[in-house]
Design a protein around this ligand. Sequence first.
Ligand code: FES
Length: 83
Amino acid sequence: MTRVVLHDRDHPYVVKLEERPGFKNLTSDEKLLKFEIHLCACGLSKDKPFCDGSHARVKNEEKGKVYTYDEQNQQHVMDPKYV
Ligand code: FES
């Protein structure tokens, strides 16, 4: 099966463990409480669900256009007749 998923976010979701409900009850380790997890929201990470910095590739996208990315994360503008 194959599917097309559109992503319009250009930066990761940041999960701060100390802000997660109940996490402070699990540990008092300050290093762990301050730990952040960056989850990919652009769709290009090769290490999903984690952000690997690949979102830098989408920073030049223009509003109103739809882009596709090949296996090497090379950017292509999608033909408007398929949008
Ligand atoms: S948000 Fe996708 S790689 Fe960073």
